[in-house]
Design a binder for this molecule. Structure first.
Ligand SMILES: Cc1cc2nc3c(=O)[nH]c(=O)nc-3n(C[C@H](O)[C@H](O)[C@H](O)COP(=O)(O)OP(=O)(O)OC[C@H]3O[C@@H](n4cnc5c(N)ncnc54)[C@H](O)[C@@H]3O)c2cc1C
Length: 393
């Protein structure tokens, strides 16, 4: 791996940083402590599209810049440092676009890719994978898609659907084969579903931060045309797994609470001189240095996985290591921030006495979910053990 960025990569970083800082200064967004991609602004996404930064790593034939995963990571690192509101196009660009390029029909590519890359109105996606009895064991989905003529009829329930209440389309995994002799990972298919279809009911789930980002989504005889089936019938699970390295190695896994990290450093530096002596302060100094080591390791893991993807590799174990490490780092960061700031850390956003410009309590509460979403740490360790180390199941 080349540990130095190229001149053009440094130039890209500079341009993105300037752009984000200018947007922040103009007040088009605020640094808030929501789960990163839950923040969205179609206007912000449009501005990114104008810069050519949506689909920066998509092939030129699909409107992208044909750059690599490393360039995409540089761009997102600068965005996420300020928690820029990239949620409108995020899923479409990261997951749906690349899947359509690989598995989609010509109609699907022509219809969806230009809209995603230009952040057109009405093109926000959510992921309809998890169910009450299918999370880590995703192949166990029981939502059914039964073929009827040129259509599929969808019935069942999804859960934890982030942004399902605002998304225009859902990326659905549903069971299409009921042959009990088949392994379950060969029984489901992927579809694109218009979230406004008759028969879809979306109910909010309020998380413990007190925010509405999750939903339950119910399908009651929802009829969709077969042209929305993506890839091969019954190959949906395999197709999703082929995309997971991109999801898991994203630098958002390291930077979901970056403002806590940067603000904490400021807070400690600006502590009263009289507080900067004695064992308590040395404990703080030691822990902060430890976090700096971990942050640096996490960043290297993200970039090295991106680099491997750019070399044409499929770094499944490496991506799992990266996600497991980065999300646990973020939990340790939030724990430490709560300990350093003490009782004031529970003062919530907007209150006069909030000690950092970011809501540490919200980040702490959000942090619990980081090691679950996109594959729990236990599942990632299974992948590392089996696929990385060749250990038995
Ligand atoms: C913030 C957030 C956003 C999310 N957004 C979405 C979304 O937009 N769309 C969507 O479809 N889903 C979403 N999810 C759901 C997420 O994908 C699931 O939470 C995840 O797959 C785990 O599934 P589960 O919650 O059913 O837990 P379970 O699979 O029931 O796991 C419970 C516990 O058992 C452990 N466990 C399970 N199996 C094993 C095993 N084989 N070996 C060892 N330990 C095991 C797990 O590690 C975990 O600790 C989101 C989740 C979170 C937290």
């Amino acid at each position: 791996m080349n540990f130095k960025f190229t001149e053009s990569q440094n130039e890209l970083r500079r341009q993105v940083r300037e752009f984000v800082e200018a947007e922040l200064a103009a007040g088009t967004f605020k640094v808030v402590s929501k789960a990163l991609v839950a923040q969205f602004s179609i206007e912000f996404s449009r501005k990114m599209a104008e810069q050519g930064w949506i689909g920066i790593n998509w092939p030129k034939e699909y409107g992208g810049q044909g750059l690599g995963q490393v360039e995409k990571m540089i761009m997102l690192e600068e965005m996420f440092k300020y928690q820029a509101p990239v949620g409108y196009h995020f899923m479409g660009e990261r997951q749906i676009g690349p899947a359509l390029m690989k598995f989609g029909t010509d109609w699907q590519r022509d219809h969806f890719l230009p809209k995603i890359i230009s952040a057109e109105k009405g093109i926000m996606f959510c992921l309809l994978f998890s169910e009450p009895d299918a999370g880590s064991d995703l192949a166990a989905v029981s939502t059914t898609a039964i073929k009827e003529g040129d259509d599929y009829i969808i019935n069942g329930q999804k859960v934890w659907t982030s942004e399902g209440h605002v998304a225009d389309y859902g990326w659905l995994l549903a069971k299409t084969n009921f042959d009990e002799s088949l392994p379950k990972h060969r029984t489901c298919s992927e579809f694109i579903v218009d979230m406004k279809m008759p028969g879809i009911t979306i109910r909010p789930l309020i998380n413990m931060v007190g925010e509405h980002t999750f939903n339950e989504v119910f399908f009651d005889n929802v009829r969709i045309s077969k042209k929305y089936l993506v890839g091969q019938e019954d190959a949906g699970f395999k197709q999703i797994m082929a995309q997971m390295n991109y999801e898991r190695s994203g630098i958002e896994r390291l930077l979901q609470n970056y403002p806590v990290y940067s603000e904490l450093k400021r807070f400690i530096n600006e502590m009263d001189e009289s507080e900067k002596t004695g064992e308590y302060f040395f404990w703080i100094r030691d822990k902060m240095a430890q976090l700096e080591i971990e942050f640096t390791v996490g960043r290297l893991l993200c970039y090295s996985t991106a680099w491997s993807i750019d070399q044409g590799e499929t770094p499944t174990s490496q991506a799992a290591i990266s996600k497991a490490f980065c999300t646990q780092f973020e939990q340790r960061l939030n724990d430490f921030a709560m300990a350093v700031i003490g009782p004031n850390s529970i003062i919530r956003e907007g209150a006069k006495w909030m000690p950092l410009v970011v809501d540490v309590a919200a980040c702490y509460l959000w942090g619990v979910s980081y090691t679950l979403q996109g594959g729990s740490v236990e599942i990632l360790k299974n992948i590392i053990a089996q696929r990385g180390l060749g250990l038995p199941r």
